[in-house]
Design a protein around this ligand. Structure first.
Ligand code: FAD
Length: 391
């Protein structure tokens, strides 16, 4: 039996009726046909602004995967999780329009999140997505290092200014700021910009953290270069390690545009690459801090075993684990109970605005082999355990 099979710990905060609701929801999204029809109906209803749909969504998908419609409303979940030694990372889940006004608005929202997190151990990180601060095209153009037009130069300067402002604020308030990773074709520009910020703000400790997608080829080489540069220029590195969320899109684009597939050839290769990143972190703790964002039990166990072998405390300040709210509670809550540093990404925003996020979670749970089955298995095990206990 694995340490992660303890459903009593995993669902300690869930009532029977919450668990039953979650069971039926995962059961529904397990069926691709139901999910696809549901998503079409949802998108139509949201566009048509049908009020009763909001109620249904809020009581089902939203309740399962989001903290609340605002930061303040989400605080109930934040406090409840913190009692179990589980931190929260507010994830501004609204996918705004790709326009300057929307980027400024997101930047402002992230600043508010930094203020909110200051001095609050229940919220150990603030996070944002690169596309929240600028268009994909401008990242891509900058990444290619080709000459930019005057308009493009101005556009990029605004992106850089947004990064500078939030990083400066995070530094001033001693809040760790993590930048998500997205499409590979915009990542070179993101990496360079985040490195600039790390060099500027991570002189004493890792305040600005980048995200490394280990499903990509060449990422171990990239890490070695980063480390070399950080040693030479004397700053600290912080990374979130994930496998990566955009595999199908990456492969399709590479095939359509006839360039080498940037993704590892198979799942095993991605797993091995992720494991190599774990080794990299544990071998370089004098300079590197890490957040392992994964729902994979083996990867999580690997980190735990490495920590033990090195004699590190479970709550070593440079090592964090993280899962998404509403998924893999068996990992999160067991880690919390064992005093590891563990967090949930906690999406928030008005119901109708987070629908794209919710539909992605539903689709992912339909397509990610095993994840929904795992969630269903754990929930039914816990319901059964409670039934026996009550007898
Ligand atoms: C807290 C947190 C933050 C996250 N932040 C980001 C982020 O900033 N950017 C981002 O891209 N993703 C992010 N993710 C999502 C993450 O990248 C994964 O998609 C997701 O967590 C599933 O991977 P896993 O390690 O949990 O588990 P697993 O179920 O073991 O792995 C599934 C993953 O393996 C890889 N994979 C599957 N099949 C193949 C194959 N045939 N060939 C090669 N690789 C394959 C894919 O990456 C797939 O998502 C985040 C996840 C968490 C929990």
């Amino acid at each position: 039996m694995s340490i992660f099979d303890n459903t009593q710990i995993a669902f300690a905060d869930k009532t029977d009726s919450q668990l039953k609701k979650a069971y039926w929801m995962f059961k529904a999204i397990e069926q691709p046909l139901v999910t696809n029809m549901g998503i079409s109906a949802l998108n139509f209803s949201v566009q048509a602004n049908l009020p009763f749909v909001k109620g249904i969504v809020k009581n089902t998908l939203f309740e399962q995967f989001c903290g609340g419609e605002t930061r303040e409303e989400s605080m109930k979940v934040v406090k409840q999780m913190f009692k179990r030694h589980v931190g929260s990372i507010f994830d501004y889940a609204i996918e705004g329009k790709a326009e300057e006004k929307s980027f400024d608005h997101t930047c402002e929202e992230i600043k508010q999140n930094i203020k909110f997190a200051e001095g609050n151990p229940a919220i150990p990180f603030v996070v944002f997505k690169p596309t929240g601060f600028g268009k994909i095209d401008i990242y891509e153009a900058v990444g290619k290092k080709t000459a930019l037009s005057t308009a493009q130069q101005e556009e990029w300067a605004r992106v850089v200014k947004r990064y500078e402002e939030v990083c400066q604020m995070a530094f001033d308030r001693n809040v760790i700021l993590m930048i998500d990773a997205e499409d590979s074709w915009m990542q070179d520009a993101t990496d360079d910009l985040v490195n600039e910020m790390m060099e500027k703000f991570n002189k004493e400790k890792a305040i600005v953290w980048n995200t490394i997608q280990m499903y990509r080829t060449g990422r171990m080489e990239y890490l070695a270069e980063d480390l070399q540069r950080a040693k030479e220029k004397n700053y600290f590195l912080g990374y979130k390690f994930v496998r990566g969320a955009y595999m199908e899109k990456e492969r399709e684009r590479a095939a359509a545009m006839n360039y080498p597939d940037p993704i590892q050839p198979n799942k095993e290769a991605s797993d091995n690459n992720y494991n190599a990143a774990v080794d990299f972190v544990l071998a370089n703790l004098d300079r590197v801090s890490a957040f392992f964002g994964t729902h994979n039990e083996e990867s999580t166990l690997l980190v735990m075993n490495h920590m033990k072998a090195k004699g590190l405390a479970n709550d070593h300040p440079q090592i964090y684990f993280g899962q998404l709210y509403g998924m893999s509670d068996n990992i999160t809550y067991v880690l919390g109970a064992e005093n590891y540093n563990v967090c949930k990404y906690l999406p928030y925003g008005p119901v109708r605005d987070v629908v794209p996020y919710l539909t992605r979670r539903a689709q992912e749970n339909t397509s990610v082999a095993g994840q929904t089955g795992r969630e269903l298995g754990l929930i039914s095990k816990e319901l059964q355990r409670r039934k026996v206990q009550k007898k």
